[in-house]
Design a protein. Structure first.
Length: 397
């Protein structure tokens, strides 16, 4: 087995004391303030056709701390503030590389509350984590043990909209090893009626996590809408809505982790379809159920786990007519309405729509491996596309 030595984040919940919560809340506010000040300065420089790099932003931070108006920046650890500038630098690098849009200002109400600490700003000994400016270690719930001898290089503390506190420990994990190579391959078709259909004929039911809490969510949202802006009751109602969203997201993430781990362990090659999810959610009738299926999250998990364990993920072009193509004789049908879930080809082969699509994806993926056919697009740069146009990118709920 080959050791891949990957950077891996271990995320845990923790319960801060009142003093720790106050210190972290101040840190979150200062991180947001520094990020916005630096973004404003760089935007003004951009208007003058000048560029401001990280070193210049860091010098600005030093000057800001010396002013009476921003003297409170000295009350928190300097490391999270420097990390905010580094994150801004990465955002601009992605913008100039045409991989992202222009950076946006952080909002006090909507942006994620987080602060990143490097090794100089925390102490980790005997599974006790103490952050800079704090006298006591954090009360972490160790839901799983860290691998033997592992020490974090970066610690990220965050608070979600539901008020839960999390700490993420970034470590170099030597325990991840490439799995023994096999010759097993599988085609995977994502859908809504069934979450996934495999070329083996197996289907995984769509758990529809959001629908289970839809009534409770609607009730909580109605109560939230009736509260006065800025009141304590509105803040309490907002947290209740956020808790329901968090519960749905936790269940969805847990299910996807189990599915993707199983697929990576059992198969050497995994073939999926390149779905344009961002465009598909513009369909107002299907946007909610498409978002609940979390196809993008499924693909992301599958890709990084495959990289960890020495597996291969092949992404077939979105214009490949996987549903309209007979996996037995290769005949292409002119039309395939979404209401048609089973169909019979002229050659006599009876097909389940989703399983047939998965079989065609597997065949296309094998063609990529064998001769490099143009059905494997890249996320960063567009790849080759099939001359045949895919079916309308919609699925029945």
């Amino acid at each position: 087995m080959t050791t891949s030595h990957v950077k891996r984040a271990f995320k845990f919940r923790f319960y801060p004391t009142d003093a720790q919560a106050a210190e972290l809340s101040r840190t979150f506010g200062c991180v947001r303030k520094v990020y916005n000040l630096a973004l404003a300065a760089r935007t003004e420089a951009w208007a003058r056709q000048e560029r401001v790099n990280y070193n210049q932003s860091s010098a600005m931070l030093t000057a800001w701390k010396k002013t009476e108006e921003l003297a409170y920046l000295n009350e928190v650890s300097s490391v999270p503030l420097q990390q905010a500038l580094r994150h801004l630098q990465v955002a601009f690098t992605n913008f100039f590389g045409k991989r992202a849009k222009y950076p946006r200002f952080k909002s006090r109400k909507k942006s994620r509350k987080s602060a990143e600490y490097t090794t100089s700003a925390f102490r980790f000994r005997d599974n006790r984590l103490t952050l800079a400016k704090m006298c006591e270690p954090l009360e972490i719930r160790w839901s799983r043990p860290l691998p033997e001898g592992m020490s974090p290089s970066t610690v990220t503390v965050s608070q979600d909209a539901a008020g839960r506190w999390f700490v993420s420990l970034l470590c170099d994990d030597p325990s991840i090893k490439h799995l023994p190579a096999t010759d097993v391959a599988v085609g995977i078709d994502a859908g809504l009626d069934h979450l996934l259909a495999f070329s083996t004929g197996e289907k995984i039911a769509n758990p529809r996590h959001e629908r289970r809490d839809r009534v409770a969510l609607a009730k909580s949202q109605r109560r939230l809408a009736k509260k006065t802006d800025g009141s304590a009751n509105r803040a309490k109602a907002r947290r209740k809505v956020a808790k329901i969203h968090a519960r749905v997201a936790d269940r969805r993430r847990d299910a996807l982790h189990k599915i993707t781990t199983r697929l990576v362990r059992e198969n050497q090659t995994l073939v999926i379809e390149d779905l344009a999810v961002r465009n598909m959610v513009k369909n107002r009738k299907l946007a909610r159920v498409i978002s609940d299926a979390a196809w993008s999250q499924f693909r992301s998990m599958l890709e990084y786990k495959a990289a960890w364990y020495g597996r291969e993920v092949i992404v077939v072009d979105r214009f490949f007519p996987s549903s309209k193509l007979c996996s037995t004789c290769g005949a292409l049908r002119d039309k395939m309405p979404l209401s048609v879930r089973t169909w019979t080809c002229d050659c006599g082969a009876a097909h389940d729509r989703d399983v047939n699509a998965a079989k065609n994806l597997l065949a296309a993926g094998r063609a990529v491996t064998a001769c490099g056919a143009g059905v494997r697009p890249q996320r960063s740069s567009p790849g080759g596309q099939s001359a045949m146009k895919q079916e309308t990118s919609r699925r029945e709920p």
